[in-house]
Write a protein that binds this ligand. Structure first.
Ligand SMILES: [Mg+2]
Length: 212
């Protein structure tokens, strides 16, 4: 049964919901920070295939002890206005989802802490007490993000027109074009060029007046 008053806001995680790129923080634990940061930048600008790039970047994480992820979780910083935006969506009867090309290992901590209702990300494979350098299961890429937005909208009986997608990277563009409103936030030039609207200040409260 569809409820025409409800709406769904789906945010990207890295550089949108949070200020960090988590893969760079984990790479720093492996002493590979600058190399992975450069590769992440290229992927977010849309210069390389996301899944291929992600697999290559995760390979550099092989051997990072699982306990290091606790330090990474402690370094994650929510974007200014994140809690306020989520509260505003809930006040208006909306649902908040986060879909990420990053990792459940970090999102499972920060998403519920911020009041996010639904989240999906990649998983890092572990052997013993260390990362193997592989992604476990299918990769959440641009199409995976869009399919997740569509599935969440359907599960909640929310028409596509009443969905908002917010992201900064090239892998957010498919979900942004599928959503009723696609917002480029803190975004790369390619993403700014294709969005319905570009949010300038890096403060998620800027989205509140645009909610359906
Ligand atoms: Mg991002």
């Amino acid at each position: 049964m569809s409820d025409p008053t409800r709406f769904l806001v789906v945010l990207d995680a890295d550089s949108t919901l949070i200020r960090n790129e988590v893969i760079e923080l984990i790479a720093e634990e492996a002493g590979r920070g600058p190399e992975v940061a450069a590769a992440t930048e290229a992927a977010m600008r849309g210069e390389v295939d996301f899944a291929t790039s992600l697999r290559a970047r995760v390979e550099t994480l092989a051997g990072v002890p699982v306990v290091a992820l606790e330090r990474v979780r402690g370094r994650v910083e929510p974007t200014p206005g994140a809690a306020e935006l989520i509260a505003a969506v809930h006040e208006r009867g909306g649902v908040v989802g986060v879909v990420s090309g990053g990792f459940h290992e970090i999102l499972d901590d920060i998403a519920p802490a911020l009041g996010v209702d639904l989240w999906r990300a990649n998983r890092l494979a572990v052997s013993g007490d260390a990362l193997t350098g592989q992604v476990s299961g299918p990769i959440v890429d641009a199409e995976g993000k869009a399919a997740t937005l569509a599935a969440w909208a359907e599960d909640h009986g929310i028409p596509r027109a009443r969905t908002v997608a917010i992201g900064d990277g090239a892998n957010d563009l498919v979900m942004m074009s599928l959503a009723g409103l696609g917002l480029a936030f803190n975004a790369k030039p390619l993403v700014r060029a294709e969005a319905d609207l570009v949010i300038g200040p890096v403060d998620l409260r800027e989205v509140i007046p645009l909610l359906p």
